[in-house]
Design a protein around this ligand. Structure first.
Ligand SMILES: NC(=O)c1ccc[n+]([C@@H]2O[C@H](COP(=O)([O-])OP(=O)(O)OC[C@H]3O[C@@H](n4cnc5c(N)ncnc54)[C@H](OP(=O)(O)O)[C@@H]3O)[C@@H](O)[C@H]2O)c1
Length: 531
């Protein structure tokens, strides 16, 4: 039986399905990204007791360690985290399995080399220059010294189709930009040996099946810079090559150093390992586009066209302005509570909650509580997470309705202004220990208030999570659309977002969401933390 630690990850998940396809018995673990498939179980690699229990129960013949922190800059900034996952995790496994003679397979990286040599085979000396590389090398050394049968698979830039919870890879990042008709900057002075994920998976499986041992370099056969890489992607997927623009790494001021490492293998021929060159790998990827990916691809193209349809955009804007006069958003409810949102925005919120699976949703502005119930219901279906609502005035009857609701178990409410120092402190206190937070700002819509909210709570948001700033639309509506309110054009959530983004705070507007909604209260209000 094969146990994959980090089976929810890009490489682990592809390995899992490759074993399943060949009818081998495989169990895989996830940590934060719950996988709703059989043969997947939860495991935090830092919990030694749980590892022990799991290994005693399953008695795996082979353990593949595909868990890791792959963000090179994050590892440089958070060395403790890099240590915890990239080598203390494997140390825990080795300590527990040492006597059992289980085979350990450790997925490693080209970053264990410094790039001073022209190319590197398995027998070359290591010398990492980034903390990511160092932490992975520590992991390798633990495996090598374990006295257990082992395989260390070093790879580089794996690419291929991914599931929506996986981090993006180089090819998909480029395709996403090109599909949106945008230009993509690619780095001239970074070189890699990009690896088609299917080649990596098939050959790792082959090495495990034939009980091979030691270090193996499993990488594509093309050594290329990112700019040429991008051009090849554009060409093979039939996009305009000229949309790939060259830049140099020094323009990026990144925390971690990258080495240009050409991995080659001295063990490939003997072990019958066949890896594709870049163009063949990309062609295979294009050919293997499955129904689901084709659906996404097609949708992206339609959304791109939709956004060039100026007539439709004009009608959508008109619909918004006219329907707002009839208090359109007040006409809907969710599981019995008035929700006061445009239905499109609820769908967008549902997609974000499902994608990010937050431990905590903070929402300012409770009103009648429908939005709290909405978020709570999605969290309840996911099976984790809480929601914290803040409102300056929680009316008695609203409070009673919310407290009586079946989903109240996931809800906490705080009364007070979301910008009051005491409330901000309370919220931070409540958020302590919660890693994954989504922030919804829907209280007082003045520039000053929203900006203060953004400045008070945005630091709680981690990479790839969102802030949704509601009613940014006020800036796009006719002047004095709200005569009885303290906000107006030039003084509203959108102007606050603009000022907030002037600071280098790692948030970007996720245009893709509003591009597909067309009708939304939040244009420029879907903010994603990108690093
Ligand atoms: N991707 C690359 O460019 C690349 C290149 C060369 C080598 N590698 C190596 O290949 C390995 C896998 O890479 P990948 O791209 O598949 O990474 P990935 O998609 O980021 O997956 C990482 C995996 O590690 C798991 N994990 C993180 N913290 C954990 C914890 N505390 N306990 C248990 N599991 C935890 C994640 O679980 P959840 O997501 O469920 O939290 C996920 O399954 C890494 O070790 C990396 O160094 C990757």
């Amino acid at each position: 039986m094969i146990l994959i630690i980090g089976g929810s990850g890009f490489i682990g998940y592809n390995l899992h399905h490759s074993f399943l396809r060949s009818k081998q018995e495989v169990i895989s673990t996830y940590n934060t990204k719950k996988i709703e498939e059989k043969n997947f179980i939860h495991l935090d690699i830092n919990n030694k007791n749980n590892i022990k229990k799991l290994i005693r129960k399953l008695k795996p013949k082979t353990i593949i360690y595909a868990a890791g922190i792959t963000d090179v800059d994050l590892c440089e900034k958070n060395k403790k985290l890099a240590d915890k996952i990239n080598h203390i995790g494997i140390k825990n496994i080795v300590e527990i399995t040492k006597k059992s003679k289980t085979k350990i397979v450790y997925i490693s990286t080209s970053a264990v080399f410094d790039g001073t040599k022209k190319s590197y085979t398995e027998s070359d000396n290591t010398n990492p220059i980034s903390y990511y590389g160092k932490s992975k090398l520590y992991g390798e050394k633990i495996v090598e010294k374990s006295n257990m049968p082992y395989l260390i698979i070093r790879t580089d830039q794996p690419y291929g189709w991914k599931k929506n919870w996986h981090h993006i890879n180089s090819v998909l990042r480029i395709l996403e930009k090109l599909r949106n008709g945008e230009k993509q900057n690619e780095i001239m002075d970074w070189y890699n040996t990009p690896t088609y994920i299917e080649d990596l998976v098939i050959n790792t499986k082959k090495l495990i099946d034939k009980e091979a041992e030691g270090i193996f370099h499993l990488v594509g056969t093309s050594y290329t810079n990112r700019y040429d890489f991008g051009k090849n992607v554009a060409e093979i997927f039939n996009f305009n090559k000229r949309h790939i623009k060259r830049i140099y790494s020094k323009q990026l001021e990144l925390p971690a150093k990258r080495a240009n490492v050409k991995l080659t293998s001295g063990r490939k021929i003997k072990n019958n390992i066949i890896m594709s060159n870049l163009r063949d790998g990309l062609k295979k990827m294009k050919k293997s586009m499955n129904e689901e990916e084709e659906f996404r691809f097609r949708n992206d193209l339609f959304i791109e066209k939709l956004n060039k349809d100026t007539k439709l955009k004009k009608i959508s804007k008109e619909f918004y302005n006219k329907s707002a006069k009839h208090e359109y958003s007040y006409h809907f409810s969710w599981l019995g509570r008035p929700v006061i949102q445009y239905p499109q925005d609820l769908i967008a919120l549902q997609e974000i909650i499902w994608l990010t699976k937050p431990d905590l949703i903070i929402e300012t502005g409770i009103a009648r509580g429908g939005s709290l119930i909405f978020s709570a219901s999605i969290l309840d279906m996911i099976g984790k997470g809480e929601i914290l609502g803040i409102d300056v005035d929680i009316r008695k009857h609203n409070r009673e309705f919310i407290e009586k609701h079946k989903l109240f178990k996931r809800i906490t409410m705080i009364e007070g202004s979301s910008t009051d120092k005491k409330i901000v402190r309370k919220v931070h206190q409540f958020a302590k220990g919660k890693k994954n937070i989504l922030l919804l700002l829907d209280s007082l819509h003045t520039h000053k208030h929203v900006l203060k909210e953004l400045n008070s709570y945005s630091d709680l948001i981690t990479k790839n999570n969102y802030i949704i700033v509601y009613d940014t639309i006020i800036e796009d509506m006719p002047k004095n659309a709200f005569t009885d309110r303290p906000w107006n054009k030039k003084d509203n959530p959108k102007t606050a977002v603009r000022e907030f983004l002037k600071k280098k705070n790692k948030f970007e507007i996720d245009k893709k969401i509003e591009n597909k909604l067309l009708i939304t209260s939040c244009p420029d209000g879907f903010l994603k933390k990108v690093s």
